[in-house]
Design a protein around this ligand. Structure first.
Ligand SMILES: Nc1ncnc2c1ncn2[C@@H]1O[C@H](COP(=O)(O)OP(=O)(O)OP(=O)(O)O)[C@@H](O)[C@H]1O
Ligand SMILES: [Mg+2]
Length: 351
């Protein structure tokens, strides 16, 4: 299950990809509810003629349907779906909608939630690589945690991850997709010619148009050139480490400081450089806890959810599941809904 994020770029006048999330892609639950909320508000305004501008959003049903399809492929009626969760789940209000939706679509499928420490204590593999947790056979593993070093407290959590990976349970994501979602792999995929290895010529051209400039910071002539470019015009770029969950990127003048500190160290290779996308600034109201609601300058980022089910050999299906929109103050760098800097929003389409 994925979420690909896009800004509309004022400079290039097309949608450009911010990144692809292949692990713990969140907000399908809340984004679906927000669409319902905003459609209701349009009714309260007594402007039902505007409703067709707000597209329906089936993100939650789509992603849960994908988990159910995976469960069916695993083909063991008593097996359950495992959600790998944080020790303390701050976005619980998004996560639990997935459990309720699975239950709504298929009352016979059970979901269990465990953190990596609990899995290290309770999980075991049978000789034929079935994963059992507390007596339950696991058909599908959905990682809502495990993308952050801090979520691996000791070797036990890494062992739990390895146990899951070695099992025949269907994983979202498998380690391959987890790695494919790193900023480094996204940068390598954006190199000229790489997309053609996976897509037809015309598909590769269309997908390629979504990419903004992405640059390696490897210790090579190419990496040195990117460093020089960033030092000369730091405001034109974003410096990204191999992290997920927001709050880790470096912007503006701080890029120079970080690159000066990294110099030619090996650590430099842990980052990539990306063109900074400039989205159109609009006026809107952000409704946030404990803050007055005032008209503010904001920018919006569109997330497109999708799912793919496959093995090393073939793909059973791949589909679009729904969308989400995040709107934040134009003055802040990161999306940060959980951090309180942005808000969930709805798409309003017009010609
Ligand atoms: N190239 C860019 N141009 C402008 N803003 C960007 C760019 N890259 C990232 N951002 C901003 O920073 C936010 C976080 O960046 P990114 O999505 O790459 O990091 P992340 O840690 O994977 O975040 P997430 O938790 O959303 O997956 C984006 O939502 C966007 O608002
Ligand atoms: Mg991300």
């Amino acid at each position: 299950m994925f979420r690909c994020d896009y800004f509309y770029s004022v400079t290039s006048q097309v949608a450009q990809q911010v990144e692809v999330n292949t692990v713990a892609a969140s907000f399908a639950g809340l984004a679906t509810r927000i669409t319902i909320l905003h459609r209701y508000i349009v009714g309260e305004l007594r402007k039902p003629e505007l409703l067709h501008h707000l597209p329906e959003n089936d993100a939650l049903a789509g992603l849960c349907g994908a988990m159910i399809s995976a469960w069916e492929v695993y083909s063991s009626p008593k097996a359950v779906i495992l959600f790998v969760v944080e020790d303390v789940t701050y976005n619980i209000c998004d996560q639990r909608f997935h459990e309720y939706e699975i239950r709504r679509q298929r009352p016979d499928i059970h979901v269990i939630r465990r953190n990596l420490t609990q899995i290290s204590e309770q999980g075991r593999l049978t000789a034929d690589k079935k994963l059992f947790i507390d007596g339950d056979e696991i058909a599908v593993v959905y990682f809502r945690a495990g993308y952050e070093p801090g979520q691996y407290h000791s070797e036990a959590e890494w062992d739990a991850r390895l146990t899951i990976e070695r099992s025949c349970a269907i994983k979202s994501p498998s380690i391959h997709y987890h790695l494919a979602g790193t900023k480094k792999v996204q940068q390598e995929i954006a190199r000229p010619g790489v997309l053609k290895r996976f897509l037809t010529e015309s598909e590769a051209e269309q997908v390629g148009q979504l990419f903004t400039g992405l640059y390696t910071l490897d210790r090579s002539a190419e990496g040195d050139k990117a460093v020089q470019m960033a030092m000369e015009n730091p405001d034109h770029f974003v410096l990204k480490p191999q992290r997920e969950g927001g709050g880790n990127n470096v912007y503006g003048a701080e890029i120079k400081e970080v690159l000066e500190r990294l110099k030619d160290s090996q650590e430099r290779e842990a980052y990539i450089l990306m063109d900074r996308i400039r989205p159109p600034v609009q006026q809107n109201y952000l409704v946030r806890p404990h803050l007055p609601v005032t008209l503010a300058e904001v920018v919006s980022e569109l997330g497109i959810f999708g799912a793919v089910l496959g093995s090393g050999k073939d793909i059973q299906f791949t589909n679009y599941s729904g969308h989400m929109l995040r709107t934040k103050l134009s003055s802040v760098n990161e999306g940060g809904v959980a951090a309180g800097l942005g808000a969930l929003d709805s798409v309003f389409l017009f010609d």
